[in-house]
Design a protein around this ligand. Structure first.
Ligand SMILES: Nc1ncnc2c1ncn2[C@@H]1O[C@H](COP(=O)(O)OP(=O)(O)OP(=O)(O)O)[C@@H](O)[C@H]1O
Ligand SMILES: [Mg+2]
Length: 293
């Protein structure tokens, strides 16, 4: 679906490479999380998938990016938008309409979706993004988190094959963030949409993504199944990435030789590990004899 062949890019007003020597392949239906410190090149990488680079941000572009078989340099943002939906880091910059429902319908009309289908798509997108109640609201009056949900709804409504999201939950509380990830999982599983998300909340990435890419200084320094990447929690911590508490707990259990298996990726799995240890060692555990004097 997406192929980066030895890609490097520097913005036109900079002589440093924002991303360098990127080689990666993302297959249909993957749910990929991207993490890394500020300035690592995460947003730049996403902008190469939806064509914002090189069509909006100019600079020196090396290598090639293929999206659904199209070379992004030879294609246009408009053409790529039929394959790739985008949710940008700053919702303010993305919203163009004054009323929520118009914002979502706008993209559908641009894509020449038949009028009869627009209502159904609109209603579904509002429901999936959890903002049915905001349908007739003015976009200017929304909170940052609500705006983020509107941009997510607008992207969902277009049912792209690929959805790239840049920190879409930065202004949402933990409950709202989880709802967004749950919606993304639904899109991924039910419609087979390939999801690529830059996100700071590693616990959510751990639970929902099948694959993690870690970026540092423009490079992808780790790329693999979520569980395997989290095993390198010491290296992640050096980059300032705090691993979920279940990872820290598992590490303690490993250091104490109580657990030699893989890292759990969510709380349910962690509970199974801990219960297993408690039940497994229970037989060996002797109650000290009670001494009564
Ligand atoms: N429009 C731009 N013009 C010039 N340089 C840029 C531009 N956007 C990003 N850069 C530079 O490119 C590098 C990668 O930036 P990028 O925004 O991709 O990082 P990021 O990992 O998304 O960071 P953050 O976590 O802060 O969003 C940084 O050195 C940044 O300063
Ligand atoms: Mg960024």
């Amino acid at each position: 679906m997406i192929r980066f062949n030895d890609v490097s890019f520097s913005y036109e007003n900079s002589d440093e490479m924002a991303v360098r020597n990127i080689n990666a392949h993302i297959g249909r239906g993957e749910f990929v999380g991207i993490i890394g410190p500020s300035g690592a090149g995460k947003s730049t990488l996403l902008s190469m998938i939806n064509g914002v680079i090189p069509h909006f941000y100019k600079g020196d572009f090396y290598g090639e990016v293929l999206v659904c078989g199209r070379d992004t340099v030879e294609s246009t943002c408009g053409k790529l938008s039929h394959h790739v939906g985008s949710v940008f880091q700053d919702p303010e910059s993305q919203i163009v309409s004054t009323v929520v429902e118009d914002e979502i319908a706008f993209g559908l009309e641009n894509f020449n979706i038949p009028a009869g289908e627009i209502e159904a798509r609109l209603a579904e997108a509002l429901r999936m993004a959890g903002i049915e109640h905001l349908r007739h609201e003015s976009t200017a009056a929304l909170s940052g988190g609500q705006k983020q949900r509107v941009t997510i709804a607008a992207a969902i409504a277009l049912r792209p094959e690929i959805l790239v999201l840049d920190e879409p939950t930065s202004q949402l509380d933990p409950r709202g963030s989880r709802q967004v990830f749950t919606t993304l999982r639904q899109l991924n599983r039910e419609y087979g949409i390939t999801i690529i998300i830059v996100e700071q909340k590693v616990m959510l990435l751990s639970e929902f993504c099948s694959r993690l890419m870690v970026m540092e200084k423009g490079r992808i320094i780790m790329d693999g199944p979520t569980r395997s990447v989290l095993e390198h929690n010491d290296r992640l911590l050096e980059l300032g990435i705090n691993c979920p508490r279940i990872v820290t707990l598992t590490k303690l259990l490993k250091n104490a030789s109580l657990w030699s298996g893989g890292y759990p990726v969510d709380v349910d799995e962690a509970e199974t590990v801990v219960r297993g240890i408690m039940e497994g060692t229970h037989d060996q555990y002797q109650e000290p004899e009670l001494s009564i004097q």
